[in-house]
Design a binder for this molecule. Structure first.
Ligand code: NAP
Length: 258
């Protein structure tokens, strides 16, 4: 039987846009207490009112760059009392930068991807999970990717960051074995969000081409899946969900129609 999310504290990193925003909204519809963070204050403020309107029993939004280890530690340690007991952590904040060949790439791109997708995820996990262990209750849901299963041209470092997410998820699951804390990885293929716009640093035309005639997944598709994972009975641990649009067999085989 599905478990209730009413008044549960759900923390979504990168909850200002894309998959994170859709996930926060989906939990809000179930009456959860929704906490989001991201770097851009304006998108967070917009999300705050949307989350309340969607039915969140409370909302807490704060600016946080998950790459900043000290800021993560401080932000989590200083959460208002009502927000300290996180029931569901969605480690979603992440990005890709460019598609250059590795031996020619700007090293800054690697730093951004690895610092966000790997180290940022670890910092937030390290700050939040001890409370879950203490309460013997909680759920960590990480955003992986099919990129972590199969490397594609120009994506070596991004794919490495998602392969690292896979190992970190498996390792955390082993470390938490014997507790009631659950760990899942949701591994999507192509989802139409700002992801490509960020990858191509604001090049709208190039980003649009990624999704053209591909009938990609939507952020809502992923959000519904994350909520499904979080609401399974307490004895059930969904470990990994790989999901792609029907048009996408793998990173190389994509049927574009039209
Ligand atoms: P998106 O639309 O660009 O959203 C990314 C979110 O993460 C934004 O809210 C962004 O907000 C936040 N973020 C980025 N860097 C951050 C940082 N250092 N600290 C805090 N927040 C940060 O991208 P998305 O497609 O929703 O991606 C979400 C996750 O899904 C990522 O982990 C991505 O790798 C994964 N994923 C995406 C796809 C896809 O095709 N879209 C496929 C598989 C996996 P700010 O910029 O304001 O910080």
């Amino acid at each position: 039987m599905a478990i209730s999310m009413k008044d549960k504290v759900v923390f979504v990193t990168g909850g200002g846009a894309g998959i994170g925003a859709a996930t926060a909204l989906e939990f809000a519809k179930l009456g959860a207490k929704v906490m989001i963070c991201a770097r851009r204050e304006a998108t967070l403020a917009e999300m705050e009112s949307k989350l309340r309107a969607a039915g969140a029993s409370d909302v807490h939004a704060f600016v946080l760059d998950v790459r900043d280890r000290e800021a993560v530690e401080t932000a989590i340690a200083q959460l208002p009392a009502a927000w300290q007991a996180v029931d569901v952590l969605v480690n979603n904040a992440g990005l890709s930068r460019g598609l250059a060949k590795m031996y020619e790439d700007d090293i800054q791109n690697w730093e951004e991807m690895l610092d966000t997708n790997v180290k940022g995820l670890l910092y937030v996990t390290r700050a939040v999970v001890p409370g879950m262990v203490k309460r013997n209750s909680g759920h960590v849901i990480n955003l992986g990717s099919t990129a972590g299963h199969m490397t594609y041209p120009g994506g070596g470092v991004y794919c490495a960051s998602k392969a690292a997410e896979k190992s970190i998820t498996e390792g955390l699951r082993i470390d938490l074995n014997g507790t009631a804390v659950r760990v899942a990885s949701i591994d999507p293929g192509m989802v139409e969000t700002d992801f490509s716009l960020v990858r191509f640093r604001g090049d709208v035309e190039r980003a649009a081409k990624v999704y053209a005639n591909a009938n990609p997944l939507t952020a809502e598709d992923i959000a519904e899946t994350i909520v499904w994972v979080a609401t399974r009975a307490p004895n059930v641990m969904i470990q990994t969900i790989t999901m792609t649009p029907v048009s996408q067999a793998n990173a190389f085989v994509l049927a574009r129609k039209g």
